[in-house]
Design a protein around this ligand. Structure first.
Ligand code: CAA
Length: 382
């Protein structure tokens, strides 16, 4: 049998299983999460019950042990139903990836089982009010005092802040060394001195809380450092190499949701005495949407394969997949709104939500301008 370039059967089966859960138990709450801006607890319950809340956690920590491609498919399918909910598996991966890449066995054993069991979520604290694209320009400080680290500073744009129990926090431990003077730590929500800002009022992904996180003389045991002092920035960048693939998957899922809805609509909606699907102008739009979507999906899956294998060119492919898929998602969701005309512009239909949700995929985990910098540097090196 010619089996090259075909999704393996078990990955197809995962897609079907996630889609069944999401159609029944996630999609029905998507509009409500968007309207109320509240964390979609029912979706979290549904994902936990079916072990799709943090599928990437290895079996040795009690997780489902999904590979990077399977994890991307889970995130894609959840995003097809509800982009806000897709940030549950996506940010659990983002928050825990620094541990998986660089933490001591003891630290992994202490924190990963609770995430695998669905008892805790994990967020990632890199950006600051004055250090977004220039991540190495952060000022949050960690100082060693005997056998504790003392953290002071503020992080911004932290996805799932407040609902997550645990946080990977990047802080400066040697101000003279810029990126080589940054270290990574695990901070718990309950640590004294940790507090949260008000939820940001956002354009989309409204069901996923985004807040500032403040550290006011937060004392944590010395062994909560992830890896060696000074390795935090490299760990942060390596993490993003892997998780930009998950944002690409999220973008593919949002776009698929919009295309699916638009396809159903154009077959039902009649103008000039016939379904609008019969007009060639709209057929050309649909064809372009499908073509871009499939190209984005293929790039995402190739990058997921590279993430799983740890290929040397993951930095390039992770950035390329995220950049391409998010730009495609923005175009496809905008065209979906256009295909529905005035109805598409109202909240009576889901495509305007999908268009608003797609926008963030061009911005977070590095703007698409940063992705292009990353890609160009990779192309030009050597
Ligand atoms: N893997 C390993 N090491 C890496 C690396 C990678 N992918 N990229 C950089 N490094 C290392 C470099 O080798 C270099 O190490 P040495 O000093 O030892 O040589 C060091 O890191 C500094 O690298 P650069 O000189 O390239 O760093 P820079 O300051 O020029 O920044 C950048 C590069 C690509 C712009 C980077 O700052 C960046 O990615 N910015 C965007 C940040 C970002 O994506 N933020 C999103 C936050 S997460 C989020 O969105 C929140 C959420 O909740 C969803």
């Amino acid at each position: 049998m010619f089996d090259v370039y075909r999704l393996p059967d078990d990955h197809q089966a995962i897609r079907e299983a996630v889609r069944e859960v999401c159609d029944a138990r996630v999609a029905p709450h998507a509009a409500e999460a968007d309207e109320t801006g509240e964390f979609p607890k029912q979706s979290y319950e549904a994902l936990r019950a079916s072990d799709f809340h943090a599928p990437h956690i290895p079996a040795e920590y009690g997780g489902a042990g999904a590979d990077a491609l399977a994890t991307a498919i889970v995130i894609e399918e959840v995003a097809r139903a509800c982009a806000s909910s897709s940030l549950i598996p996506a940010v659990n991966k983002l928050g825990t990836m620094p541990l998986l890449l660089a933490a001591s066995p003891g630290l992994k054993q202490r924190y990963l089982p609770a995430v695998a069991a669905g008892e805790a979520m994990f967020s990632y604290c890199l950006s600051e009010p004055e250090a977004g694209s220039d991540a190495a320009g952060m000022t949050t400080r960690a100082v060693l005092d005997g056998d504790t680290w003392v953290l002071n500073g503020a992080k911004r744009w932290i996805t799932n802040a407040g609902v997550s129990e645990y946080y990977t926090v990047f802080a400066v431990t040697d101000p003279s060394a810029r990126s080589r003077g940054i270290s990574a730590f695990v901070v718990e929500k309950g640590d004294e001195g940790v507090s949260f800002g008000a939820p940001e009022k956002k354009l989309g992904i409204k069901g996923s809380p985004t807040r500032e996180v403040y550290f006011d003389n937060v004392r944590i045991p010395a062994d909560r450092i992830i890896g060696e002092p000074g390795t935090g920035f490299a760990t942060a960048m390596q993490t993003l190499d892997h998780t930009r693939v998950t944002i690409a998957a999220q973008a593919v899922g949002i776009a698929q949701g919009a295309l699916d809805f638009a396809l159903g609509y154009v077959k039902e909606r009649k103008q000039f005495g016939r379904p609008i699907a019969e007009f060639q102008g709209l057929q050309f739009m649909l064809a372009d949407m499908g073509m871009k979507l499939e190209a984005a999906r293929q790039m995402t899956y190739v990058a997921a394969g590279k993430s799983e294998r740890g290929d040397a060119d993951l930095t390039y492919f992770g950035a390329a997949a995220k950049c391409f898929a998010s730009d495609a998602a923005m175009e496809i969701t905008t065209d979906a709104v256009q295909l529905l005309g005035g109805y598409g512009y109202t909240r009576d239909y889901p495509v305007e939500r999908m268009m608003r949700d797609a926008k963030i995929t061009q911005i977070y985990e590095g703007t698409n301008q940063v992705q292009r910098i990353v890609m160009a540097r990779q192309l030009l090196k050597d």
